[in-house]
Design a protein around this ligand. Sequence first.
Ligand code: MN
Length: 303
Amino acid sequence: MSTGITPDVCTSEPHSAPHIEASPARHTQLGPIEIRRLLPLRERRMVGPWCFLDRYGPLTFDAGHPMDVPPHPHIGLQTVTWLLDGEVLHRDSLGSEVMLRPGGLNLMTSGRGIAHSEDTPAQNSGRLNGVQLWVALRNESRHGDPMFESHPELPEVDLQGGRMKVIIGGVSPATTFSPIIGAELQVESKVEVPLRKDFEHALLLLDGNATIDGEAAVPDVLYYLGTGRDQLSIKGSTRILLLGGAPFGETILMWWNFVARTHEEIVAAGERWMGGGFGQVRGAAAPPTPLPSMKGPRPPAAS
Ligand code: MN
């Protein structure tokens, strides 16, 4: 059946080490915020279950609310919100209302469906710097109950020459549905990072500069490392986002804020959103985002 929609087809295509693939970010706009999108890219669709990565900031503002993302729905994914600076107020259709600050994790599991908003709060620092990520849920987990969790503090692992804050996977208390790692590395001069050989991994420099296995690296480029590494040598003075996981092995369809397997599911989720079937996000700063046209070019994700 032709539905008219044009979802982004994202296939898991793991490479094995020694493979470093450098993919510059695609620049886009989310309301007033300039975004660097690092997943999905044409040449790299997924890293383990990670299927979406937006980098924003650092930015400062005197007035206005740069982060106001009105209520919008999700299916088939977890959203991972991670701040380096500033604050974001999360609300969702389960009734959650949580202020996220740097060093904490907001993790929302959509399961079969959830709606949320993310706003710059009225009382704010005037700064914003962070990343927004999505984790695809495997077929057997994607129809479960929606849930939201907030982890204001996360475990830190000391490494020779640096530290690793474990956001998700490993020693993190965050709920996971497939083998995954997400961590923020703080590198002071030179660090050896232990990796799981069965995972594919990628790095994103959040600031500074570094050499990765002897190759120069800069911010706003996704460095895909493939599978088969049990450690990685990083030199420099930098903060780095480390992403990884077991190769996902399932092809997903992404359209707007939905992660699905078929066109029909996407159409059904759109109809459910328009019919109020995702529930209400109480207290949100702006009215819900209407469903974009299902014909013509693919609409941007609301993040
Ligand atoms: Mn969202």
